[in-house]
Design a protein around this ligand. Structure first.
Ligand SMILES: [Zn+2]
Length: 256
């Protein structure tokens, strides 16, 4: 007679869950296509703010970057509307297009952080509102755990980020974290992939919205920091980030 299987303990169940999501495979597309989808996902999530906000990613050629050509809105993004630039914002793909001049401060982050593959910077309403009241982002909900010990705060506004000084200030304040709330401005997310930068950006704005809602209703409580860090490492797994990104991209397709 076969003995009844022994129930898994919590650690074994966690390991099994992690192995099952790690086993998922997905098609990785060219960076211009993934960036275009990221722009459109962010537009659908309410990150549009005129032409303010930029996204960028490292190109395959070292020292080159891809970003949305200046003049296009996030909801108008396509692979063809991306421009390749060098580390002085000069167009290198022969298209003659220009980058948003504020992309200059992204270049400072790339110089300081070899692990960063893509950057999203936007001014969505809830992150912007939080940036106006001098309160850092709080991690008090499971969906905000990607920001546990992973969100810096710049308490002053150094001005339009179109010159090198602002790039030095913002990249120094970011330090080794992946996100930063920029007072009186917005936020920045620096990802290990385009998909991860998009994931962090979407959940940053949602976390800011939840924080504003919660603090208008009562006192925001604390969560266990160790559990938050475990949740962060689980939610930021490439398999989970990739599956979430692919879902958002399919949603775009359905919306036309
Ligand atoms: Zn900005």
């Amino acid at each position: 007679m076969t003995p009844d299987p022994q129930p898994l303990d919590p650690a074994q169940m966690r390991e099994l869950a992690e192995r099952s999501v790690d086993a998922r495979t997905r098609v990785v597309r060219p960076v211009r296509e993934t960036l275009a989808d990221t722009c459109r996902i962010l537009a659908a999530e309410g990150h549009e703010s005129g032409l303010a906000g930029q996204i960028s990613a490292r190109a395959e050629t070292p020292g080159r970057f891809v970003t949305l050509a200046f003049g296009w809105g996030f909801d108008e993004a396509s692979a063809q509307r991306m421009v390749e630039i060098d580390d002085d914002l000069v167009c290198t793909d022969g298209s003659g297009a220009i980058a948003n001049p504020a992309t200059r401060f992204h270049l400072w982050v790339y110089r300081n952080r070899p692990d960063v593959q893509a950057i999203v910077h936007t001014h969505p309403p809830h992150a912007s509102a939080l940036s106006m009241i001098g309160v850092p982002l709080k991690v008090s909900h499971m969906d905000a755990t990607p920001f546990a010990d992973n969100c810096a705060y710049l308490p002053t506004w150094p001005g339009l980020p179109v010159a090198d000084d602002e790039g030095r200030i913002i990249s120094a304040a970011l330090g080794n974290k992946q996100t930063i709330l920029l007072a009186h401005h917005g936020f920045l997310a620096a990802g290990e992939s385009v998909e991860q930068a998009c994931f962090l950006a979407v959940f940053f704005e949602r976390a800011a919205r939840l924080q504003l809602l919660a603090q208008s209703a009562g006192t925001i409580g604390e969560i266990d920091p160790a559990l938050a860090l475990h949740a962060r490492s689980f939610l930021l797994k490439p398999s989970i980030v990739g599956a979430t990104f692919d879902y958002w991209a399919r949603r775009l397709g359905r919306a036309g």
